[in-house]
Design a protein around this ligand. Structure first.
Ligand code: UDP
Ligand code: MG
Length: 310
């Protein structure tokens, strides 16, 4: 049995087309459940999901009590999915459902994770493309696991991998990273990312930035070392200055470094460096705090369709 997981946040204009295209794929695959996660939508998404469940018993759904974000929605889907192979895709049809059979084919060849890799993003802004490009390269350099570049959450995972992900207690869930972390044979299938079918992008710049910082902090401790390196650099600078100042005092009549401006600039500079380092520390400490609180990842208002097998 296969599971298709689709997180949904205000996607009323996409749901009908999404279902039509997924239905074709489900008919082709055979025994499949479609797990829809309503991430606190404020539009008619939930009503439409209920209606789909009413007309097609393969459709199961979860509904959050509020918006918890994309990664949490996917995590909930993984918690509830029952398939031997689980496929995650976006609701806006940027991840073409027609690619799913190809993912399944690779899985049948023996791969535990088959991720879809974007070779092209159609009609996305240059800003998004540039920041995404830079970010994935930075992450590859810093992260302690190899996270393939230009992959999103669109992928197929074997039951074994899903069980491992479900057993991970951490609350900061960067699925792409965790997926790479578990290991096992993994491979990619290349595809061209379509533009959004309808509606607005739900990942605002702020949410994207959060996700980027999250992934860096979750998968690398290199930023913590930044303080050490900067500290060493500052110490070197200070020593060089000391030598210079001594030299000027002993061998020159008036030192070129006398002046209030120099002192102010040096002060501001080191103040800034220290604050940045404290900020980085704070990112890690904040996350520790988050983990320690141990609150549930999400709250469910409604669950339906998981009683019987499709
Ligand atoms: N999404 C969600 N919760 C959120 C934001 C987004 O469940 O808080 C879903 C959204 O409905 C879509 C997917 O996550 O199915 C990806 O969102 P979007 O297309 O806006 O992001 P992008 O394509 O830029 O990654
Ligand atoms: Mg999208």
């Amino acid at each position: 049995m296969y599971s298709l997981i689709v997180p949904i946040y205000n996607e009323e204009d996409n749901i009908p087309v999404l279902y039509d295209r997924l239905k074709a794929v489900m008919d082709q695959l055979g025994s499949t459940e479609l797990v829809l996660i309503n991430d606190g939508s404020g539009d008619r998404s939930l009503e439409m999901i209920r209606a789909l469940h009413g007309q097609d018993k393969r459709v199961c759904y979860l509904s959050f009590a509020r918006n918890f974000g994309h990664q949490v929605a996917v995590t909930a889907g993984l918690n509830f999915a029952r398939g031997q192979a689980v496929i995650i895709l976006d609701a806006d049809l940027q991840d073409p459902p027609e690619l799913v059979p190809q993912l399944v084919e690779r899985w049948r060849e023996g791969y535990s994770v088959v991720y879809a890799q974007r070779v092209k993003r159609r009609q996305e802004s240059w800003f998004k493309r540039l920041t995404a490009y830079g970010f994935y390269r930075l992450l590859q350099r810093l992260a302690d696991v190899k996270i393939p570049a230009d992959t999103g959450d669109f992928c197929l995972m074997d039951r074994q991998v899903v069980d491992l992900l479900n057993a991970m207690p951490e609350r900061n869930r960067y699925i792409r990273g965790l997926r790479a972390w578990v290991g096992f044979p993994q491979t990619g299938v290349k595809f061209e990312r379509d533009p959004r079918h309808a509606g607005e992008v739900k990942y605002t710049f702020r949410k994207s930035l959060r996700l980027a910082i999250n992934s860096l902090v979750s998968f690398s401790i290199v930023p913590l070392r930044l303080a050490t390196y900067l500290g060493l650099l500052a110490a070197l600078l200070a020593m060089a200055m000391m030598v210079l100042v001594l030299y000027w005092r002993l061998f020159q009549t008036n030192s070129p470094l006398d002046g209030f401006a120099t002192v102010v600039i040096a002060n501001l500079f080191f103040g800034a460096v220290q604050l940045i380092c404290i900020g980085i520390l704070g990112e890690y400490i904040g996350r520790i705090y988050d983990e320690v609180k141990g609150r549930p990842l999400y709250t469910l208002a409604e669950v339906a369709g998981f009683e019987q097998l499709p």
